[in-house]
Design a protein around this ligand. Structure first.
Ligand code: SAH
Length: 254
């Protein structure tokens, strides 16, 4: 099956416009995908829907496209913002790629007390969202925000946005996983009956979990909705993908 390559570009998309690809995209199209003059390509820019274009001219370093016709108009994606504590590189990459496929509107790294990550590469995250969006047929890219501390994040919060907090722990400070008392409600139960068009966010902690102090701070906020993802402790990357999947099927666009 030969599917038309799909590329994210920044330029406006409109009928009859001619667009020169940047070097990397020209390389991908010409040398990797082996497209030549006259072949079809699909383009999106996050604003103008998806367009069909044709390769007007191409050599090994340059490619220029003639935009032909709109194929899909821009549509609004569900309003779900992901906040996650950065973990090791491969797992952070996984979170960013899967969250993009699962349709989040934005991604923000959150620095918590137990976050173990020397440096957060938002440029790398950006590149991953672009690739994942091209592949997954999205019409937009999730917005990547610079890292914030958990306290800053809470302080600046818009109370109209519900923050689903993946909380595996109970209240006890002596029992394993905080014991049974004070456990969050199962996610499906916590989301049942909630409005579909609301503003949402979700928060996943680092491998070491949230500190008692952080968990107390989160529980004290009226906009926080603690949810449990079942009786097993999940890795942060699994927790993010699982929670987003349940949310999408109950309140999103699945
Ligand atoms: N408390 C743990 C594990 C943290 S798991 C420890 O001390 O090692 C990483 C993150 O994934 C958690 O902070 C939480 O946000 C999420 N998570 C994992 N399993 C979960 C579950 N069963 N329910 C809700 N959230 C969970």
């Amino acid at each position: 099956m030969s599917v038309e390559p799909r590329l994210y570009v920044e330029a406006p998309l409109e009928a009859d416009a001619v667009l020169d690809l940047d070097r990397d995209q020209a390389h991908y199209l010409v040398n990797v995908m082996r497209r030549k003059a006259g072949d079809g390509v699909r383009l999106f820019n996050g604003r103008d829907g998806e367009w069909r274009a044709e390769v007007a001219s191409a050599d090994r370093k340059r490619a220029s496209l003639q935009i032909v016709q709109q194929r899909r108009s821009q549509s609004a994606a569900p309003d779900m913002a992901l906040y996650f504590a950065p973990v090791k590189k491969a797992r952070t990459d996984f979170i960013v790629e899967k969250a993009t496929e699962l349709g989040v509107a934005s991604i923000t790294p959150v620095i918590t007390q137990r976050t173990q990550s020397d440096r957060v590469r938002t440029d790398r995250m950006q590149a991953l969202t672009r690739e994942a969006s091209e592949q997954t047929e999205r019409l937009d890219l999730p917005v990547i925000h610079e890292p914030v501390s958990l306290t800053q994040m809470i302080k600046a919060w818009d109370a109209a946005r519900t923050l689903m907090f993946a909380d595996e722990s109970g209240d006890s400070q002596t029992e394993p996983w905080g014991g049974e008392h004070g456990r969050a409600r199962p996610i499906a139960e916590a989301l049942a009956g909630r409005e579909r068009d609301g503003k949402w966010a979700m928060l996943v902690g680092p491998e070491g979990g949230f500190s008692v102090e952080e968990r107390t701070l989160l529980h004290a906020q009226t906009f926080v909705l603690p949810v449990s993802l079942g009786p097993r402790i999940l890795r942060a990357d699994t927790a993010a993908a699982a929670a987003l999947s349940v949310w999408q099927s109950m309140l999103g666009d699945w």
